[in-house]
Design a protein around this ligand. Structure first.
Ligand SMILES: Nc1nc2c(c(=O)[nH]1)N[C@H]1C(S)=C(S)[C@@H](COP(=O)(O)OP(=O)(O)OC[C@H]3O[C@@H](n4cnc5c(=O)[nH]c(N)nc54)[C@H](O)[C@@H]3O)O[C@H]1N2
Ligand SMILES: Nc1nc2c(c(=O)[nH]1)N[C@H]1C(S)=C(S)[C@@H](COP(=O)(O)OP(=O)(O)OC[C@H]3O[C@@H](n4cnc5c(=O)[nH]c(N)nc54)[C@H](O)[C@@H]3O)O[C@H]1N2
Ligand code: SF4
Ligand SMILES: [Mo]
Length: 882
């Protein structure tokens, strides 16, 4: 039975009504209600499968299946769907075991609960499309983003793409093909075999935590977020200092529970953030309202205050500093030091005549000097402190040494290596729960395919590189000494991610997209990258594909205690295909062999990952096979392999939708980061030239300076941030405001996972998408709550309704991350409030993405006021709602 038939049967709709409105028989669920739909609200057609009982309540029958929630969202949760005759009629979440704080259910968030509204959204892309005025010989690039679209067949699409790639290869070489990818990297295989492609890279989520920790010794298993203890130990802390953290929004799933339990156990919370965010409110935290991108000066002031009050209060753990670190003072310099500078003398002002006093810090960071002094006492060695930071303050220009400074402050208080003490970065699905994975996915068994081209362009200059033809090459590992290279990009291929939207400098990005000969996008929706393309290929969702394990093919790890498992729920909707199928089919058009690209299919890859999945036994040490697989399972999956023993039966794993390691207080899974090193650093050195944590790191300074967008010193020092607070003044000395007096930050937003989910009707109704502004700044600009305001930065303009709040500090506006740009071509004003439309490409240091270092001005908008996003029409590029 076709999908259409099953939908029809399940929804008990009349065949006549259905067929009349859906020309193509592959049309999906709810298509009848979508065809003439002018808004993005999908009618609840699927719920017709549910009958009403005599008591007025729904009677539902069907089969619950574990379904993927596959986004890059900061949580990891179980989602189950009720499938009746092939149609998803209900969703629920984890109920595989009793819920408790120690062993919590992995319950899904509002986005997860709305997943079926994404999969079956009105604006799912249904067919391959071509931009009307694009042809291989005449790209009419200026029309990208505003042209009309026409439906084409898969064969036509493949031919256009294959010809375009061949042409670029022949005329300009493989280096002229730029591949943009998120975690969808299927085309790396095809294009690798085709002779290669130019890569894109950025520091993305981790900012300066991407590399610095690995060089200064402040990592475990090459992972910065394993430098904090596990979630149970958070409950042993007296004070939890959180910088730049909003787990309630950006680490949904069970992570917020880690902090709530610590609160229950008596911990006090201190928040260092420009916003008094939902997490701060939930934890009843004391708020130190910092200016964005000023965490480094704040921490220098804190270090000074710790030193200043040490004699009286006994704050600094000198034993720890002397034993486990180098570079803090003149008596503990590393052997490879080329500069005769140490951290303590820098802070005291010995070198530059400027002591980094709390008053000095306060002028920049905006936190009162007294509050810094008070915090310095709290940070002392006598107290049990967790000093935590996400990477939001490291996704800032010129903060290459921020992780080193966080490490230094933690080391000064001795907050490492023992219970109740921890220091480090923590966010996303590992928020508040450090440690090695207790259950891990295995390997898919696919042979690696090399990319014969080594070019890799950083996100901070990618659009300039396309427009101007040169860039700084820093090696395939991204941190080698820089070499200036010419580059001539002719094709942009977007396999995954939504890089035009999520990379800095979007306005310039649009120009760059408009310059090249051909742009191809894989997309499930009419995303920004798709909108500015020539050929768009409709992609199936994870619900329409092989079984999967989060953390296997999908790169993103879970929290350490679990791995999510899910099934295929439905057939691919409309004409959509998986990225893998496209990688193979396009490859064949390019003269490659499918067996070379993917020697076996996605189901076999799943099976390989599944059977090599390992779990740590209750002794906390022994690794075992996680999953028991029988011959019947193998037969049902239709894969090659042999039965194996394991801790959990495969069918049970699929029923639960998760492999979760059962934890209880006192188990052998506890984790104290850097414990062995801290106890005996000589015997258990960290991976640095000195074997110690390097507050002075010659290696890090040499590495950054050899890349050299701007330079740093081997000890952390204060560098005014490009597009930061100081730059908001025309004259810093006299504090004369400049043209762009406000700082913009981009909190990751609850309504979306980056750009994903932004089109979902339920979520749009539940969460508006305003710009948050302080009462003081709103009053000064004559802005009332709900007014439509115009934000102008040096590189772009956008409009948004204002939410006036006491929860954002004055001088700062918070523009939520990820809204899909909607440029008014006449005025150049973005109607959607896209963050990166306001942010410039500004490479500094080792090329950290400067998402949270940006400036703007704000005024009441004199044009038409904006309505609610929820009332906007869905973005459907083809006519007739296709
Ligand atoms: N200004 C600003 N910019 C930022 C940030 C910020 O804080 N401020 N944060 C940065 C961070 S931390 C990150 S991680 C990046 C994220 O940047 P991206 O990875 O570019 O963002 P996503 O929106 O997650 O992109 C995922 C896209 O893949 C699509 N998709 C989903 N499943 C599939 C599939 O199976 N195949 C294909 N081909 N596509 C699929 C989704 O619809 C979506 O369009 O953004 C960064 N950008
Ligand atoms: N709902 C949702 N959750 C997500 C994502 C999403 O898009 N949506 N994305 C996921 C991904 S890939 C990532 S990398 C993580 C990111 O996770 P986080 O880094 O935690 O996310 P952000 O929301 O950018 O920032 C957290 C807090 O830092 C504050 N902040 C911003 N700039 C500064 C600064 O300079 N100094 C200080 N002290 N504070 C600052 C913000 O006000 C915010 O409260 O989130 C993940 N979770
Ligand atoms: S936090 Fe992420 S994985 Fe969990 S339900 Fe929400 S969107 Fe899905
Ligand atoms: Mo991220």
């Amino acid at each position: 039975m076709s999908y259409l038939d099953r939908v029809q049967q399940a929804t008990q709709m009349s065949r006549r009504g259905f067929v009349a409105t859906t020309a193509a028989a592959t049309a999906a669920l709810a298509a009848t209600s979508l065809a003439g739909c002018s808004t993005n609200k999908v009618e609840k057609t699927e719920e017709a499968a549910v009958t009403t009982g005599s008591d007025g309540r729904d009677i539902i029958s069907g089969e619950w299946k574990a379904a993927a929630c596959w986004h890059n969202c900061g949580g990891r949760c179980v989602n189950k769907v009720l499938v009746k005759d092939g149609v998803v009629v209900r969703q629920k979440t984890d109920d595989s075991h009793e819920d408790s704080a120690d062993y919590p259910q992995q319950r899904s968030c509002l986005r997860g609960h709305a997943q079926r509204k994404q999969v079956f959204a009105a604006d799912r892309l249904k067919y391959p499309m071509k931009r009307k005025n694009w042809s291989p010989d005449n790209p009419n690039g200026d029309l990208r983003g505003i042209d009309e679209w026409e439906r084409i067949s898969w064969d036509e699409a493949y031919k256009y793409i294959a010809d375009g790639l061949q042409k670029a290869k022949e005329q300009y070489g493989n280096r002229s093909i730029l591949l943009l990818k998120g975690w969808n990297s299927e085309l790396t295989r095809t294009l690798g075999l085709f002779g290669g492609f130019t890569n894109f890279w950025d520091t993305n989520s981790y900012g300066s935590w991407d590399k610095c920790p690995n060089i200064i010794g402040f990592n475990v298993n090459k992972t910065p977020d394993q430098t904090i203890n596990d979630r149970y130990d958070l409950r042993n802390c007296e004070t939890i200092v959180m910088m730049a953290m909003n787990p309630a929004w950006s680490a949904a799933g069970s992570q917020m529970l880690n902090y709530l339990e610590a609160k229950k156990a008596g911990a006090k919370f201190i928040y260092i953030d420009p916003m008094y965010c939902e997490s701060a409110a939930a934890l009843d935290a004391e708020w130190l309202p910092i200016r964005p991108a000023t965490d480094m000066p704040f921490m220098f002031g804190l270090a000074y205050a710790m030193l200043e009050q040490d004699d009286k209060e006994g704050i600094i753990d000198w034993d720890f500093l002397n034993k486990c670190t180098v570079g803090f003072d003149a008596d503990h310099m590393p052997a490879d030091a080329k500069d005769n500078k140490n951290f303590k003398d820098y802070v005291m002002g010995t070198y530059d005549g400027t002591p980094k006093t709390p008053e000095w810090a306060s002028e920049i960071c905006g936190i009162e000097a007294d509050a810094i002094r008070k915090l310095a006492v709290t940070m002392g060695k006598k107290n049990k402190v967790a000093f935590l930071s996400s990477a939001a303050n490291a996704r800032v220009n010129n903060v290459d040494s921020l992780p080193q400074l966080v490490m230094t402050i933690g080391a000064m208080g001795g907050h490492m290596g023992k219970s109740g003490h921890m220091t480090g970065t923590t966010m996303h699905c590992t928020s508040g729960n450090g440690g090695y994975a207790l259950v891990t996915n295995g390997k898919d068994g696919l042979p690696k395919i090399e990319n014969p081209v080594d070019d890799a362009i950083n996100g901070n200059e990618i659009w300039d590189a396309i427009l101007n033809g040169h860039y700084k090459f820093t090696g395939t590992g991204h941190y080698d000494p820089a070499e200036q290279r010419d580059i001539d990009i002719h094709v942009i291929y977007s396999n995954g991610g939504n890089k035009l939207q999520t990379n800095v400098g979007m306005a310039k990005g649009i120009e760059a997209f408009r310059k090249v000969d051909m742009v191809v996008s894989h997309a499930q929706f009419y995303t920004t990258s798709a909108r500015y393309s020539d050929i768009v290929l409709p992609i199936s969702t994870e619900w329409e594909r092989a079984h999967g394990l989060i953390g296997g093919n999908l790169v993103h790890k879970s929290n350490r205690e679990m791995v999510q498992a899910y099934e295929r729920i439905i057939d691919p909707l409309f004409e959509s295909k998986s990225d893998q199928d496209i990688a193979c089919e396009l490859g064949e058009k390019l003269g490659l062999k499918k067996e070379d690209i993917y020697p076996f299919d996605a189901e076999q890859q799943f099976f390989n990952v599944l059977t090599s999945m390992k779990v740590i036994d209750a002794d906390g040490k022994t690794e075992k096979n996680a999953v028991k697989v029988t011959d019947d399972d193998i037969k049902a999956l239709g894969v090659d392999g042999s039965a194996q023993d394991g801790e959990l039966e495969y069918t049970e794993l699929m029923k639960r939708g998760v492999y979760q390691v059962e934890r209880h207080v006192g188990d052998n899974y506890g984790y104290i980061a850097l414990e062995d090193f801290c106890k005996d650093p000589e015997k258990n050195p960290v991976d640095t030239p000195s074997g110690k944590l390097e507050i002075y790191s010659q290696s890090w300074a040499d590495m950054v300076n050899a890349i050299g967008w701007s330079t740093i010193e081997p000890i952390p020092t204060y560098i005014p941030v490009a597009n930061g607070y100081e730059s908001s003044f025309a004259d810093w000395g006299s504090k004369t405001p400049g043209e762009y007096p406000l700082q913009v930050i981009n909190p990751h937003y609850l309504r979306r996972a980056h750009t994903a989910f932004d089109n979902v009707s339920w979520l749009r109704e539940a969460w508006t998408n305003p710009v948050f502004i302080s009462r003081e700044d709103a009053a000064a600009a004559g802005i009332a709550d709900g007014d439509t305001v115009l934000l102008t930065s040096p590189v772009g303009k956008c409009v948004r309704p204002a939410t006036v709040t006491a929860r954002v500090r004055p001088g700062v506006v918070a523009l939520p991350h990820g809204a899909w740009v909607q440029v008014d071509e006449e005025t150049g004003i973005d109607q959607a409030g896209a963050d990166n439309y306001l942010i410039a490409q500004t490479p500094t240091g080792a090329a950290v993405s400067g998402y949270n270092s940006a400036l703007c001005k704000i005024e009441k908008y004199t044009g038409t006021a904006l309505g609610a996003d929820a009332d906007l029409p869905a973005r459907m590029p083809l006519k007739d709602g296709e």
